[in-house]
Design a binder for this molecule. Sequence first.
Ligand code: F6P
Length: 366
Amino acid sequence: MTDLPGRIGILTGGGDCPGLNAVLRAVTKDAIFNGIEVVGIEDGFLGLIENRARPLGYQDVSDILTVGGTILGTSNRADPRRFEVGRDADGQPIFEDVTARALAHASERGLEALVVIGGDGTLACARPFFEHGLNCIGVPKTIDNDIYGTEISFGFLTAVQVATEALDRVHTTADSHGRVMVVEVMGRNAGWIALHAGIAGGADVILIPEIPFDIDRVCEKIERRRRRGKRSTVICVAEGARSRGGVRVVRERDAGSPDPVKLGGIAAWVAERVEERAGVQARHVVLGHVQRGGTPVAGDRVLATQFGDRAIELIKAGERNRMVALQQGRVTHIDISEPAGRQRTVPPDHPLIAAARSVYTSFGDE
Ligand code: F6P
């Protein structure tokens, strides 16, 4: 056995998601059990830049398994290599590399390893730290399920559950009024949430970024259903979906964020066109951040606990700069830099797409 570190840091970065606290609990309890002190960095890498952190003890992480969000806080605007230090006369952000400052804070606090809980952006922010010798162990989180190298990230199952419940609910309104209901779910450039929730929630049409749709095909599907006596149609659309030859609909741009393009608005676009072309009433709902909030479902609690445990096992085994991952149903680990610049999107030949088509779900492409 290699020498165990005396003290490690832990942070949660990027957008919050259900299960973050479950990982904090697992890592902290496991570390304490092994005689390792844990320092909780506040607000992701921002806490390292601004030197804000606090010790985490057993009591701090007790009873947080079921609590949504993160007790440490998070930030998705704190890349130490490109940190916004002000605005110029035109209101444009001024960036500076503050890695040295953040590294000095980690060293002053005696951190011998850092557990980084985050998505691809946060994991990429860890690079300068491990390049300067601080062992970083990544734990993949995101509701989008788009992190390269892991079959699943915690948070995803809860988002799918929330979206499924929303689809279940709009079915009744759609049926009562004979309407088309369009439900927009998150997922950035990946259609995983839409695909899973769409199947679970019995959506008649699922629109995902990986399969550009033709709005006329969507209207034909609505018409075919009407001919078969179905008054309503439920459409589940991923925020990153786009029509053939069209572009993604952008809600806003945040120049100071490492992930500056904020998607949103495609459901309204689809509903408007459906009303025009199919001549039926259409309404849209954007689920937004509701999918990221609240208590994690059982599957996310289990996954988060497994991932947290494995992070400490890796540190104990002397492994360096790894990311915990799930591959072929087993918890394993990969190089922490592997997911950088890559996204795990839905392969067009994914078996779930075939399964959805086999129950007459349309993807708006044929
Ligand atoms: O990555 C998680 C996610 O919720 C995406 O699904 C969504 O596009 C984005 O974050 C929203 O970001 P923000 O919380 O910054 O608006």
